[in-house]
Design a protein around this ligand. Structure first.
Ligand SMILES: *[C@@H]1O[C@H](CO)[C@@H](O)[C@H](O)[C@H]1NC(C)=O
Ligand SMILES: *[C@@H]1O[C@H](CO)[C@@H](O)[C@H](O)[C@H]1NC(C)=O
Ligand SMILES: *[C@@H]1O[C@H](CO)[C@@H](O)[C@H](O)[C@H]1NC(C)=O
Ligand SMILES: *[C@@H]1O[C@H](CO)[C@@H](O)[C@H](O)[C@H]1NC(C)=O
Length: 530
């Protein structure tokens, strides 16, 4: 039924109409009814948009993006830009980058979670250390991220800068574990001290391109369940007293049951027989819109579910927590979200249950939904990533096309052989992307997203459109090239011969890498060959 409705909605959206399923009420909604569908004569069902209706278009101007970059990206880079300013404008050196790459890839944890990526003239090259090459999960994460970035940037007409960078694929940040980062390392999650207004980890955050927040869900405001919904997974790494568990306990208590519908759909914690009262049935993403409040609670780190629930015309409750993804610093309490912790959530919800505060809640729900539509769609994530890489490259002395020429001449970058892969047909890449099951994040409840994500399966058009790519015919695009990096040659050139030579410890690493090199990519023409 969900599938059928998904298609109906899609077809109706194409016609500029709104599809409905039920027959109880009198009329279909129109654009004028958004976002709260207040007329009781409208069909009481979830409207599910796969492309933005008028008024919900993605941000495309510098003026719109400026605050997002200032509050997030520039904040992440401040440590490095301050250092450059202190050094009288002397930029970061390539040698330092080489030294950090070396340290990272000989580090027991770093070498299991980080990859090196180089971009030259829009071609992408990567080095996967054995620990990453041997993990199907991490291989997929980096493959997917690079593919979406390359396809998205090209379709949006954005130039990827020539550069070499490190990308930490793990959910936890890396810089502290390395004893500090002297040049930026890109990560997906880190900690931020909101009271002190400064980052705890110096990792620079990039969007998780594998989570497409490309829907908008509307349900009549007056018909919503007044409680706050949370459906979560208990990860093995999480504590029994974590916020998710505290919310589930509250929800099962007399004090909390009136305002909360919170519980676990899955318990992955070993050695814990979770009490049945903490479990609740699965709720698909579109059904989330039927609740007035939607709760986000940390998993192992920040939960990427936040962007998904912001797609609904509901009020999002964000946990007061140091864990952030790249955009969280732009979310304000009382403007985009309501902040809570397990100690005050019942009081917060009780206070906002006062009908006199309804206008406040509507404003928050509307602002949050516009935020996701403007900034967090696949298109927005590609724009943010491209800008982050441009700012990153500009921090270095000599990270230029000239360097990349030198790397290519020194055999640090190898294009794929014509036969056997590396060349990706953009059209197929997009289709395959859609057919992949939702990614299983360490931190996230991938299964929960999957139920709904499946409605878009096979329909590359929806993804391409939501990425703002509909003006471009993918068939006219050239294939995207994915090559490999020879790490020793790269280090040798970056450090002017200090590292990467024959005596280098990395020799051992390289031997293993060569063995890992035969690990095949995903099946199909768009697969990766290491
Ligand atoms: C509502 O929309 C559906 C799908 O577009 C259409 O088939 C139906 O006739 C519409 N109903 C009314 C009452 O306009
Ligand atoms: C946080 O610090 C940045 C500069 O480091 C400043 O621009 C911003 O206004 C500060 N935010 C708050 C809420 O104090
Ligand atoms: C949970 O319990 C651990 C000890 O088992 C404690 O260190 C931690 O602070 C507690 N966390 C919360 C949120 O109460
Ligand atoms: C929702 O937010 C948009 C964008 O800020 C604004 O133009 C619109 O008037 C708001 N709608 C309501 C009902 O508050």
């Amino acid at each position: 039924m969900v599938h059928t409705r998904g298609w109906l909605v899609l077809c109706a959206a194409i016609l500029g109409l709104f599809a409905v399923r039920t027959t109880a009420a009198a009329r279909n909604a129109t654009l004028a009814d958004l976002p709260f569908l207040d007329d009781p004569d409208i069909y009481q069902d979830v409207l599910d948009f796969r492309r933005p209706p008028a008024g919900y278009e993605p941000a495309r101007t510098d003026a719109e993006w400026e605050p997002i970059f200032r509050e997030n990206l520039f904040e992440d880079l401040r440590k490095f830009t301050d250092r450059i300013a202190e050094a009288g404008g002397r930029k970061l050196s390539l040698r330092r980058l080489g030294e950090q790459l070396h340290k990272l890839l000989t580090h027991s944890h770093g070498s299991r979670v980080a990859v090196v990526v180089a971009i030259r003239g829009g071609r992408l090259y990567r080095y996967l250390p054995p620990g990453v090459a041997n993990s199907q999960y991490l291989r997929r994460r980096i493959g997917r991220a690079l593919r979406l970035l390359a396809v998205g940037a090209r379709a949006l007409g954005l130039a990827l800068p020539d550069c070499v960078f490190t990308f930490n694929l793990h959910d936890t940040p890396l810089c502290r574990q390395l004893g500090g980062c002297r040049v930026p390392v890109f990560s997906l999650h880190k900690r931020f001290d909101a009271a002190a207004n400064r980052s705890i980890d110096s990792d620079v955050l990039l969007p998780h391109l594998g989570h497409p927040f490309n829907r908008l869900l509307f349900y009549p405001w007056a018909a919503k369940d007044r409680r706050a919904l949370l459906r979560a997974t208990m990860q093995n790494s999480m504590d029994r007293n974590c916020t998710r568990a505290a919310l589930a306990r509250l929800s099962a208590s007399a004090a909390g049951s009136a305002v909360l519908d919170a519980g676990f759909v899955d318990n992955k914690k070993r050695d814990w027989a979770m009490p049945d009262k903490l479990k609740r049935p699965y709720v698909g993403m579109s059904k989330h819109a039927r609740y007035k409040f939607l709760i986000n609670a940390d998993g192992h780190v920040s939960s990427s579910r936040l962007g998904y629930i912001m797609q609904a015309n509901s009020v999002v409750l964000r946990e007061r927590s140091p864990w952030i993804e790249y955009y969280y610093r732009s979310l304000r309490h009382g403007v985009h979200v309501l902040e809570y912790d397990a100690g005050d959530v019942v009081q917060l919800l009780t206070e906002y249950g006062d009908p006199a505060r309804d206008a406040e809640l509507r404003a928050i729900a509307n602002t949050s939904q516009h935020f996701v539509a403007k900034f967090l769609t696949p298109e927005g994530k590609v724009r943010y990533t491209v800008r982050a890489l441009q700012e990153y490259a500009a921090l270095f002395e000599g990270m230029t096309p000239g360097l990349m020429r030198k790397l290519a001449a020194g055999r640090a970058l190898s294009d794929p052989r014509k036969e056997g892969g590396g060349l990706i047909d953009v059209t197929n890449a997009a289709v395959e992307e859609e057919q992949q099951p939702a990614e299983e994040d360490g931190d996230e409840d991938a299964d929960e997203e999957e139920g709904d994500a499946a409605t878009a399966a096979g329909d590359a058009g929806a993804r391409l459109d939501s990425a703002g790519l509909n003006a471009i015919n993918p068939k006219t695009l050239k294939p995207i090239v994915m090559g490999t990096i020879n790490l020793r040659a790269l280090l040798y050139i970056l450090t002017n011969g200090k590292l990467g030579g024959d005596e280098d410890r990395l020799q051992r690493v390289r031997q293993v890498q060569l063995q890992a090199g035969v690990v095949p990519g995903r099946g199909g023409g768009g697969g990766w060959r290491t």
